[in-house]
Design a protein around this ligand. Structure first.
Ligand code: ATP
Ligand code: MG
Ligand code: FE
Length: 348
C-alpha cells in the first residue's frame, strides 16, 4: 500500500510516500520537509496566520516534488494520511483540506493522524536492529518535542497510556527559551546543543527538577530561571556561554534519563522508544542508550531528521491505520487539542 503523508501542524510542511510492501526503511520512498523557520524568525516565534498561508503556498509543489522523487504518479497512491491534530487550527486545515480533496479525487481512503502518534511511531519506520529486531509493544515511549514532554506506556499500536508529562515548559521549549535568553538566534534549541559541545562538563551545575520525589512528571521552567541568573552573574565570555549551555543540556538529559528509567520500572519493560525534536540531541541519545543497556534493554530512535516534524511519520502511522481498515469520512475535520489516549487501537 502506497500512502501519501502530509504534515502541516505547525511551521514545517512535510510530505512523504510510505510503501508498506517494502520492508524497513526502504518503505520510505521519498520525503521532503520545507521549514518556515526563516519566515517566523523576525517575530521570535510562530505566527499562526503566516504559518497557514505558507502551507498553502508550499504544500502542492512539495507533493509534486515528493511524488517525482518516489517515481510515482498521483494515480498510484492507495491512500492519503494527514496530521489532524494537535496543532494550529489554520495550519492543520490546510493539510487536511488538501489531503481530503486529493483522496476524494483519487477515490482512495484518507485518514487523519495524531501528530504525537506520528512522532511516537517514527522509530518503527527504521530498519530493525539486526540482533533484537524492531521494537514491539509493550514498550515505553519518551516524546520530547517543542510542545510536548511525555512518557507513554505503549501496550499496542494505538493503545497508549500517559505515565507522565511536563507541568510547564516542554523540553524543546526549554532549549529554545534558554537559547534565547543567552542571545542565540531563533529557534535556538539545536544551536544551544551545538554550543554545549564546546562546554566544560561540571563547570555549571543546574538542578534535575522533580527527580527528588516519586512520579513521572517533569517541570523545566525553573531551569530557565537558573540559567538566566547564572548568565547574568557571569563574565558572559564565549567559553562561559558554552559552559552554561553544557550545564543546561546535562541537567535536561539527566532529568529525562532518570525519569525514563523509572518509567521502564513502572511499566515493567526495558525498551524505550524516543522521538520528537529533542530526540535528535546527541547527548540524550547516548545517555538513554547507556541507561537502557545497563538494565539489559535498549533505546530506539529514528534518524535525527525524522525526530523533528516530517511527513514520513504521518505517512507511516497513517499506513498502519489504513491497512487495518480505518479511515475517515469525507468531511474535512481537524482536532487542535487531542488526547492520544482516546485513539482507537490498531489490531495486530
Ligand atoms: P510538537 O511535536 O510537540 O507539536 P514541534 O512539532 O514544534 O512540537 P518538533 O518539531 O518535534 O516539535 O521539535 C522541535 C523542537 O526540538 C524544538 O524545540 C527544537 O529546539 C528541539 N530540538 C531540535 N534539535 C535539537 C537538538 N539537537 N537538541 C535539543 N533540542 C533540539
Ligand atoms: Mg517546528
Ligand atoms: Fe512535532
Amino acid at each position: 500500500m502506497k500512502v501519501l503523508g502530509i504534515e502541516s501542524s505547525c511551521d514545517e510542511t512535510g510530505v512523504a510516500v510510505f510503501d508498506t510492501a517494502l520492508a524497513g526503511a526502504a518503505g520510505l520512498r521519498a520525503h521532503a520537509v520545507y521549514s518556515q523557520v526563516a519566515l517566523h524568525a523576525e517575530y521570535g516565534g510562530v505566527v499562526p496566520e503566516l504559518a497557514s498561508r505558507d502551507h498553502v503556498r508550499k504544500l502542492l509543489p512539495l507533493v509534486r516534488q515528493t511524488l517525482a522523487e518516489a517515481g510515482l504518479g498521483v494515480g498510484e497512491l492507495d491512500g492519503v494520511a494527514y496530521t489532524a491534530g494537535p496543532g494550529l487550527v489554520g495550519a492543520l486545515l490546510v493539510g487536511a483540506g488538501v489531503a481530503r480533496s486529493l483522496a476524494w479525487a483519487l477515490d482512495v481512503p484518507a485518514i487523519g493522524v495524531h501528530h504525537m502518534e506520528g512522532h511516537l511511531l517514527a522509530p518503527l519506520m527504521e530498519d530493525p536492529d539486526p540482533v533484537h529486531g524492531a521494537p514491539e509493544p509493550p514498550f515505553v515511549a519518551l516524546l520530547v518535542s517543542g510542545g510536548h514532554t511525555q512518557l507513554v506506556a505503549v501496550d499496542g499500536i494505538g493503545r497508549y497510556r500517559l505515565l507522565g508529562e511536563t507541568l510547564d515548559d516542554a523540553a524543546g521549549e526549554a532549549f529554545d527559551k534558554t537559547a534565547k535568553l543567552m542571545g542565540l538566534p531563533y529557534p535556538g534549541g539545536p544551536q544551544l546543543a551545538a554550543l554545549a559541545e564546546q562546554g566544560t562538563p561540571g563547570a555549571f551545575r543546574f538542578s534535575r527538577p522533580m527527580t527528588d520525589r516519586p512520579g513521572l512528571d517533569f517541570s523545566f521552567s525553573g531551569l530557565k530561571t537558573q540559567v538566566l541568573l547564572a548568565w547574568q552573574q557571569s563574565d558572559q565570555s564565549p567559553q562561559t556561554k558554552a559552559d552554561i549551555a553544557r550545564g543546561f543540556e546535562d541537567a535536561v538529559v539527566e532529568t529525562l534519563a532518570i525519569k525514563c528509567g523509572r518509567a521502564l520500572d513502572a511499566a515493567g519493560c526495558d525498551v524505550i522508544v524516543v522521538s520528537g525534536g529533542v530526540g535528535a540531541n546527541k547527548r540524550l541519545r547516548a545517555r538513554l542508550q547507556d541507561m537502557a543497556s545497563k538494565r539489559g534493554g535498549r533505546a530506539c530512535f529514528p534518524r535525527p531528521s525524522l525526530c523533528t516534524d516530517n511527513g514520513a511519520m504521518i505517512a507511516f502511522a497513517g499506513a498502519l491505520r489504513l491497512q487495518a481498515g480505518q479511515h475517515d469520512d469525507a468531511a474535512v475535520h481537524v482536532t487542535p487539542r487531542w488526547d492520544m489516549a482516546s485513539l482507537p487501537p490498531v489490531a495486530a
